[in-house]
Design a protein around this ligand. Structure first.
Ligand code: SF4
Length: 109
């Protein structure tokens, strides 16, 4: 294995690349946590009555549910006007704006 000296322009490039990877790694670490999509078949979301579409919620089991309720209208969701956002109740997992669970809390005005 050779150990040629690296000229200064290569050092700058290597430094920039390393800095970029580090930044991405930091970004990816946070993103990886937040990038998990919540599955309605996983035990805890299932126990919370989570559905990807609020219209699929069992009205008999959850009589206080209305079709106007959805992640988009829940104070624990941060998706704004996007189709998907993060739910802080489920550790920032991604849920669709149409989703719902029994922990729904109406967004304060
Ligand atoms: S807590 Fe709110 S944002 Fe999270 S899944 Fe339930 S309804 Fe959606």
């Amino acid at each position: 294995m050779s150990s040629k000296p690296v000229n200064s322009s290569k050092r700058v490039l290597i430094f920039r690349a390393a800095a970029g990877v580090g930044f991405l790694a930091v970004g990816n670490t946070k993103f990886a946590v937040a990038a998990e999509k919540l599955s309605p078949t996983d035990p805890y979301p299932k126990a919370m009555g989570f559905k990807l579409d609020t219209k699929e919620v069992d009205q008999v089991k959850y009589p206080r549910h209305t079709n106007e309720q959805g992640c988009h209208a829940c104070q624990l969701w941060n998706g704004g006007t996007a189709d998907f956002g993060n739910c802080s109740f489920f550790n920032d997992a991604i849920t669709p704006r149409t989703g719902w669970c029994k922990n729904f809390k109406v967004k304060k005005a």
